[in-house]
Write a protein that binds this ligand. Sequence first.
Ligand code: E4P
Length: 217
Amino acid sequence: MKFFVDTAEIDQIKELHALGMVDGVTTNPSLIAKSGRDILEVTKEICDLVDGPVSAEVVALDAETMLAEGRKLAKIADNIAVKVPLTWAGLQTCKALSDDGIMVNVTLCFSANQALLAAKAGATFISPFIGRLDDINLDGLQLIEDIRTIYDNYGFETNILAASIRSANHMSDCAKIGADVATAPPAVIKAMANHILTDKGLAGFMADVKKANIKIL
Ligand code: E4P
């Protein structure tokens, strides 16, 4: 499973990138607003840093303006994936951009039917938001499973990009189901390293290092 990092914070991307943890980046208008940066500037900076797909989201609601925005975003770099919402206008934009050979990430997906439409419209990525489904007591992981089944049944090439990840467990659950990609905030990716038994085991080893005065350097 590929890891995308869900942030527009350059320092956080750099830290994870240095460890080989960043196969791509996703942003959205809320993350851009949080960064306080100009969308075109910060997106260009991310594209220069990361080789993989960098999702940048349109902000218009009608297809014509979305398409113009998408074409402008795509000019930033070759690795831009234009992010469009899963609305009818978004699907129209997806089809037009993917026909032009531009990567498209269809976002705000909350049902298997929406994912089916996005694949038909030529989406490179479909972004089911699992955390936001869990937040309202629906089953986000079940949606990933349903989309995996549907795409595999018909050989759709659209990549399942599990989004709205809230926990380290979400990451391993998505990997078990066979999501192609998961995009997560930096803190969640770092939390994947944590285990209470690792901490306990290390404390025991360190106590013995002290007792026996073990030195390597
Ligand atoms: C994905 O591309 C979205 O930017 C993101 O995962 C949304 O996550 P949230 O539900 O935590 O805002």
